[in-house]
Design a protein around this ligand. Structure first.
Ligand code: FES
Length: 252
């Protein structure tokens, strides 16, 4: 395949950025999108040019490190992570625009790399449980009904890639935060911190500068792990419940 890539190049957080065009040929449809960028980078290095910076780690769709806006869509035309997107979804002669996540809370570090540490701070503000950490408890020592376990697992699938924020016109992190809240709040082991968890995580989310939710639903469509939009309404209920139990006060 022969392609024209228009890639966002930005030397640093304070530097101006711009789309830069590259012609590339000899791309196999079986390559992943990241392998295609690897090929571009090899050629740039051979030409003595600066390679394109982008985030990646597992390349198996499980770590959430990769992420870029491809032709205006978070992770590109398939509902998957960028590392699991393959070039067979493009055509010979295509022009492909590649940009970093666009959100105020995810400042650009370089080229396609953004700083997503705001997600870490949200998790850190409420993402623990007070279950004992000694030796492993007996199986079924804490019974968990099957539907509850299924809900917890469904939300635990969030890999924190940030596609939900990038896809949202408001740059909202409601889907991410609600996945983390719901994952633990439905389980028996998550009950002792149920109220403080949702209040603190929502409070941190607001402090980090993410936008509000206006129910556009783009986040759930872009999520490579299928976190449902219903997760947000669940978090809103948890937040209201916790606020009322906290004397009518919401976040810290
Ligand atoms: S590199 Fe780990 S999910 Fe893509």
């Amino acid at each position: 395949m022969r392609l024209t890539l228009r890639i966002w190049r930005q030397r640093g957080p304070e530097q101006p950025g711009a789309m830069t065009a590259y012609e590339i040929e000899g791309i196999s449809p079986e390559m992943s999108f990241l392998e295609m960028l690897d090929t571009l980078n090899e050629r740039l290095i051979l030409r003595g040019e600066e390679p394109v910076a982008f985030d990646h780690d597992c390349r198996e769709g499980i770590c959430g490190a990769c992420g870029m806006v491809i032709n205006g869509q978070a992770h590109g035309p398939e509902r998957t992570t960028t590392c699991q997107l393959h070039m067979r979804h493009f055509h010979d002669g295509d022009t492909i625009d590649v940009e970093p996540w666009r959100a105020a809370a995810f400042p650009v570090v370089k080229d396609l790399v953004v700083d997503r540490s705001a997600f870490d701070r949200i998790i850190g503000s409420g993402g623990f449980i007070s279950a004992p950490t000694g030796s492993a408890p007996d199986a079924h020592a804490t019974p968990v009904p099957k539907p509850v376990a299924d809900t917890a697992f469904e939300h635990a699938e969030c890999i924190g890639c940030g596609a939900c924020v990038a896809a949202c016109p408001n740059g909202s992190a409601m889907l991410f935060t609600s996945a983390k809240v719901t994952h633990l709040n439905v389980l028996p082991q998550g009950q002792p911190e149920r109220e403080s968890r949702v209040l603190d995580m929502v409070g941190t989310m607001d402090e980090e500068g993410f936008g509000g939710c206006t129910n556009t639903g783009e986040c759930a469509v872009a999520c490579p792990k299928g976190i449902p939009l219903q997760s947000i309404s669940n978090m809103n209920r948890e937040f209201l419940r916790a606020s009322l139990k906290n004397g009518g006060h919401g976040a810290r």
